[in-house]
Design a protein around this ligand. Structure first.
Ligand SMILES: Nc1ncnc2c1ncn2[C@@H]1O[C@H](COP(=O)(O)OP(=O)(O)O)[C@@H](O)[C@H]1O
Ligand SMILES: [Mg+2]
Length: 261
């Protein structure tokens, strides 16, 4: 397997006619952990949705490539097959489909026709990953996310990631609604997967998560673009001093998207 590379170049994205992403560029390679931090309403989830090809989000200009292939030409399922994975900020419930059936379809879709995983191997691997994530065995037979607590849903997203083995994993606010113990478990799952075969984009509001998932690169998003990039020390500075100093330096009054004149 070649080391994956996701390249986002000067991306502009609108929702319902309103421009949200305003020229965002970012490159993520296998083995790297990037963190995008930023206050609410700055366009972080919009980036995640645009990467996966959510139909509500229109790419106006710019490009996204994965290993040199044009992602914007691909439908969502093809993006997933090629190795893009999104752990969502608000995971959906899928009534009538068990977690294990859902996982097996996702794994097999990623592996491709003729290369399906055997049931025994699948179950063994699922049980092993569920142990890592300290999930109760009963979760395998329950409908996807139905009646799961916020923390359980987030763990389930990480279970999907661990089973599907994406080449680029995007985790959108995986820390929201998690207590410290759950946060550590989720981080353990992510850290266990760290390898040159997978690049990670962690989207978060808070530095706290980055104590457990160590980023190599930290980017700050405001007004729909990356306004500052650095190493882990940037996240620490944000933890200590908040976002205001960046706004002052850049002369930004309102960091959210769409409010600026
Ligand atoms: N599905 C949507 N429908 C309408 N507006 C949206 C939608 N998604 C995002 N937006 C707009 O984009 C702005 C940025 O939202 P979002 O990307 O969710 O920011 P963040 O994840 O940084 O909090 C929001 O304030 C909202 O105005
Ligand atoms: Mg968001």
């Amino acid at each position: 397997m070649t080391q994956p590379k996701l390249t986002i170049d000067n991306l502009r994205v609108s929702v319902e006619g309103k421009e949200i992403l305003k020229g965002l560029s970012l490159e993520i390679k296998g083995g790297e952990v990037h963190a995008i931090m930023g206050p609410n309403g700055t366009g972080k989830s919009t980036l995640a949705s645009a990467l996966m090809g959510h139909p509500k989000y229109t790419v106006e200009s710019g490009s996204i490539t994965l290993n040199g292939e044009d992602v914007l030409e691909m439908k969502t399922d093809e993006r997933a097959r090629k190795g893009l994975f999104l752990a969502m900020q608000y995971p959906s419930e899928i009534s009538g489909v068990t977690n294990s059936d859902f996982l097996r379809s996702a794994v097999n879709a990623r592996r491709g026709e003729g290369n399906e995983i055997s049931l025994i191997k699948f179950v063994r691997e699922m049980e092993q990953k569920m142990k890592v994530l300290e999930m109760n065995e009963a979760f395998a037979g329950r409908y996807v996310n139905e009646g799961f607590s916020g923390g359980e849903k987030k763990r389930n997203e990480i279970l999907q990631m661990m089973m599907v083995k994406p080449s680029i994993a995007i985790l959108d606010e995986i820390d929201s609604g998690l207590d410290i113990d759950a946060l550590k478990i989720v981080a353990k799952g992510v850290n266990e997967m760290k390898s040159p075969d997978m690049g990670v984009l962690v989207i978060t509001h808070y530095q706290r998560l980055l104590n457990y998932i160590k980023p190599d690169f930290v980017h700050v998003m405001m007004q729909g673009k990356i306004v500052r990039s650095g190493g882990p020390e940037l996240a620490e500075k944000l933890e200590a001093e908040g976002y205001d100093w960046i706004k002052e330096e850049l002369g930004i009054v309102d960091e959210t998207v769409g409010q600026e004149a």
